[in-house]
Design a protein around this ligand. Sequence first.
Ligand code: SF4
Length: 462
Amino acid sequence: MQQKIEFKPELIKRYDKAGPRYTSYPTANLFNAHFSPEDYCAAAARSNKEVKPKPLSLYFHIPFCNTVCFYCACNKIVTKRRDRATPYLDHLFREIKMQGALYENSRPVDQLHWGGGTPTFLNHDQMRTLMEKTGQYFSLMNNDKGEYSIEIDPREVTADGVHFLRDIGFNRLSLGVQDFDAKVQKAVNRIQSEEITFTAINAAREAKFKSVSVDLIYGLPFQSVASFLTTLDKIMQVDPDRLSVFNYAHLPTLFMPQRRINEEDLPSAAEKLEILQAVIQYLTDKGYVYVGMDHFAKPDDELVIAQNKGQLYRNFQGYSTHADCDMVAMGITAISQVNNIYSQNVRDEESYYQMIDEGKLPLLRGFVLTDDDLLRRDLISQLICNFRLDMDHFMTKYTLDFARYFKKELSLLKTMQDDGLLQIDDKTITVLPPGRLLIRNICMTFDAHLNDNQKIRFSKVI
Ligand code: SF4
């Protein structure tokens, strides 16, 4: 079943409220400082002892950026000093060794991702060494079967550089474009010519990357339907496999760089909605399938194929076709998900270096999931990935009476059902085409931790 999507502005306006993106459940704002390194090590040990230990997914956070994009909400360190990467990598290598010692060597690394910041801030020697150190302490797959991806900044990478990334083992690549319009680029301090973007994408094709994904953002200063469609026209020339079209959430009190964006230059909520509608129309006319949560992909892309089989997954790196892995994340701010816990590393270089120098895992906080959290996480993941929940299967898996356990939630969903967002019968909850853009709202119904205090920390759904 390919996911159709129906744009209903009146429903979107009615349901448009702040909500999590559910790359984790419970969400990261609930992680707490009571969580200890012992809790983390115990979870790693439990994960090794499962009847069938899960494969691993490794994430490395490279926080450095050469310049700041004003819309950015990532954890990054803006610096022109390339030598800052040297002590960072020295400590990262030591963290890799500490983490590697916690996991059975027989567990293959199914997924690997370098994110940031800007991973391509590193020079080639540094990148090669990082991959080699990883291979020293974890079982990397050398047959190109893993999902090994990197975020690149086309301003930081040449065609040769893209080939180099393929040579050291990456097979998927995503790159930030955001918008080609010169006025928009100036307003967000990200000047990136079409030429360098196309050079990177064409090189990725030549190097036989399995998937090339492009990130765009709508809701930036000076954007209009016409200007955004021009950007889409241009990007179609290089035929990306996947597109992520993110909604810019202007939260200047939370993210300092956003204070440099002039609010008066931002499109209104109504204009943003028109841009979104135009994007959906444009991309579906071009044959892209709406995967969910800002993501579009070609019908033969493995994300779409996995979704059609009900085998799509979601984690901190977004959608994935690889079954549930234990995710071990390294570098500052990185978040791991292992067994029944989440843990997050410290946020600043100084604390990170100090803790590693003291031989400690550089943990800041974490969360131990209860049985209720675990089953709700599974439920939310099924809805958000596959737009469908088989209640019978869920009842058997968790030995519970679905109607009784989720009595309150099912009654809350009634209004959404009446509004045509979803359909509930005896056995299944199915999200209908008008509900797919509002999947976060539907999932929020099952979020036992969501209260009014927490909601203000999230961006709006659309
Ligand atoms: S958007 Fe990317 S390149 Fe720009 S400041 Fe943020 S992390 Fe750095």
